[in-house]
Design a protein around this ligand. Structure first.
Ligand code: FE
Ligand code: FE
Length: 290
């Protein structure tokens, strides 16, 4: 190797090392005393309620169920309200699938948005931080938690081992349908995530609600932010297209804020409100369809 290329490789390695270091200190120094590796622990030691949650979720999310839910909710005829009203509804919800957060959803919304804002990201990205989990108000329409929260995954094709607790898929009726258990199942190779039926939950629902108001990057992050098997574990690349490849970095960046801003301390919401009211007004009308 020439000295020049050796020099370039060393520069590249130190850049990647610096980036890695920056991401690791992201959690520890800026937002929490908890290390990155301590988040999202899905093992034998995971609490029973979280395991029970994933058992119900993996057993019941089927092609039929997802199609039915999409039909019910794509009409957006369940409520008319503004984003702030929705935020208030969200405050009554605690996410049973989350081993890292025992605070209310409103606190999580502001913590995520504030972490993004502190790092000087675009206004639409801060807004995504604030509203990304608003779809969880599906629980106020009497949907069970297993049909609202948790990691998402495509149905209609083979379940990846890189989805959390993959062993629970064995009790899913689709697991025994050979048409749904080939690598691509009912899809074609590199069809793109937008062609998939994702397990039903707050991501897809909120995407349907906001898609006409926000930039495409924002809509994409909202639609796939719980698809950890893809954006964190690198699974399902055979179903990705060029558009997904282009959007993936936004999803991965967002995930850093969504996860590592979860700290057990609250914020002064009243003090923050004027900034966020202005931001919401910039993108949304007074009332929208849910
Ligand atoms: Fe979420
Ligand atoms: Fe979240």
């Amino acid at each position: 190797m020439s000295k020049f290329f050796l020099f370039l490789s060393v520069c590249r390695l130190s850049f990647l090392g610096a980036l890695e270091h920056e991401l690791e200190s992201f959690a520890r120094e800026k937002y929490s005393s908890k290390g990155k590796e301590e988040y999202r622990q899905y093992t034998e030691e995971t609490s029973l309620p979280v395991k029970e949650f994933y058992k119900a979720n993996h057993t019941r999310q089927t092609v039929d169920f997802v199609q039915k839910q999409r039909e019910i909710y794509s009409s957006l005829s369940h409520a008319k309200m503004g984003v702030w009203e929705a935020m208030q509804l969200l405050d009554t919800i605690v996410d049973e699938s989350d081993p890292d957060l025992n605070l209310t959803q409103t606190v999580h919304a502001f913590q995520t948005a504030e972490a993004i804002r502190r790092d000087g990201h675009p206004r639409w990205f801060i807004l995504v931080g604030l509203i990304h989990d608003l779809g969880k108000l599906l629980t106020s329409f009497k949907e069970p938690q297993w049909a609202v929260v948790g990691d998402t995954f495509p149905v209609g094709c083979r379940f990846s081992n890189r989805v959390v607790f993959p062993e629970y898929f064995q009790e899913n009726p689709d697991f025994h349908n050979p048409d749904y258990q080939t690598e691509c199942g009912i899809y074609t190779s590199h069809c793109g995530f937008d062609a998939l039926l994702m397990s039903w939950g707050h991501d897809e629902y909120l995407y349907q609600v906001i898609k006409d108001y926000l930039p495409e990057e924002a809509s994409y992050v909202i639609r796939y932010h719980s698809f950890y098997a893809a954006h964190r574990e690198g699974a399902y690349t055979h179903l990705m297209n060029d558009y997904d490849q282009k959007m993936l970095p936004w999803l991965q960046l967002f995930s850093q804020y969504d996860l590592y801003s979860k700290v057990n301390e609250s914020l002064d919401v009243d003090e923050l409100k004027p900034f966020y009211e202005e931001l919401v007004k910039e993108y949304f009308p007074h009332s929208i369809d849910w």
